[in-house]
Design a protein around this ligand. Structure first.
Ligand code: UDP
Ligand code: MG
Length: 330
């Protein structure tokens, strides 16, 4: 009988740790311009790892996230040219997080260690040997963390760094400057598969898995070619996703703000009564109009925040599939 969770026995585990089979998962959305180069560079790296006996086998799995360009065709051609390359095609565009999850879940029971990285070569693949060394040293999760953000635009850099700080203040455990470039062991992936929320924020979920982990630093490069697939709108909604999936503090702020404003209006009430007694009532127009707008704004904002959470509950309750696989080449 197969052991539970597909986990090998102790001897098997020790072997898998010292000379693992490696899966590399690369989500791709309209990446025809970079895919060839990414594939070639990964292949050179993997050949080196195989030759030096660090790993015993490897597959590079490209996940086509419903691209509308030649991405899938390129993946199929790559697979034809060398079985080192494999591909997973999603039925439509589901976003980076879902595409990544699709790849990880596909790789989960196939490899001892799985590395995920972006297709655009911004993540320095040169540190994969270091990540493997950390894995061999006993880490189940190895986080790659950006040392500098010199290649990001000023706006993106400021936004992202502020964001990590806010996340921290809100009490969610995200690793500063870590995106989705990481290595995970088989059992860490099995644990990750236990989370079945629809609103995905993987870098937060992985932290919840626990297990021994370590960090490897790298310098983030420029995108090799093509344009970012994360325009401002997507970036902002992803940012809110992260906050609302891991923290209910915004709801608390709403309550506190509501309480504060109520107390304030009581004080103002007393002030207005005094003004009335003194016969100064007509002069109250400005305070009146200010409070009307202030309270109206505050209520709309509060309603909006509560609504965001309700909306997420709505999506979770429906529990729709997070992705649908259309085709596999391996
Ligand atoms: N990506 C994806 N689906 C999407 C958007 C992006 O699979 O809907 C992939 C994309 O191909 C890349 C990775 O996610 O491999 C990161 O995207 P990108 O480099 O455009 O983001 P940035 O580095 O600008 O934040
Ligand atoms: Mg990128």
């Amino acid at each position: 009988m197969e052991p539970e969770n597909n986990l090998p026995d102790a001897d098997g585990r020790a072997f898998a740790r010292q000379k693992p089979s490696l899966g590399i998962v690369v989500p791709c959305y309209n990446e025809e311009e970079v895919l060839g180069e990414t594939a070639a560079r990964l292949k050179a790296l993997v050949r080196g790892l195989l030759d030096s006996g660090v790993i015993r086998e490897c597959r590079i799995l490209f996940v086509d996230d419903g691209s509308i360009d030649a991405t899938w065709q390129i993946v199929c051609d790559l697979h034809e040219s060398d079985p080192l390359y494999a591909g997973l095609k999603l039925s439509r565009n589901r976003g980076h997080q879902n595409a990544l999850l699709a790849g990880l879940m596909h790789a989960k029971s196939r490899y001892d260690a799985v590395v995920s990285l972006d297709a655009d070569l911004q993540d320095d693949i040169g540190i994969i040997p270091d990540m493997l060394a950390a894995f061999q040293g006993g880490s189940d999760i190895v986080y790659a963390v950006r040392e500098s953000r010199a290649t990001d635009s000023f706006f993106k850099r400021t936004f992202s760094q502020g964001y990590y700080k806010v996340m921290e203040k809100l009490g969610s455990d995200v690793l500063y400057n870590h995106a989705d470039y990481r290595l995970m062991s088989r059992r860490a992936l099995c644990a990750l598969s236990e989370f079945d929320e629809v609103n995905l924020f993987l870098r937060g979920l992985v932290r919840l898995v626990g297990y021994p982990s370590s960090v490897v630093y790298y310098k983030r490069a420029e995108r090799y070619a093509g344009e970012s697939k994360y325009p401002l709108g997507k970036m902002l909604s992803f940012a809110f996703e992260g906050i609302s999936s891991f923290s209910t503090k915004p709801l608390k702020f709403v309550t506190i703000a509501g309480g504060g404003v109520s107390v304030l209006s009581l004080v103002l009430f007393v002030y207005f009564i005094v003004q009335y007694a003194l016969g100064n009532t007509v002069a109250g127009w400005s305070s009146l109009i200010v409070s009307v707008w202030f309270l109206g704004g505050l209520m709309l904002l509060s309603l909006g925040i509560v609504g965001q959470y309700v909306g997420k509950i709505y999506l979770e309750v429906k529990h729709r599939p997070r992705y649908i696989v259309e085709d596999v080449v391996e």
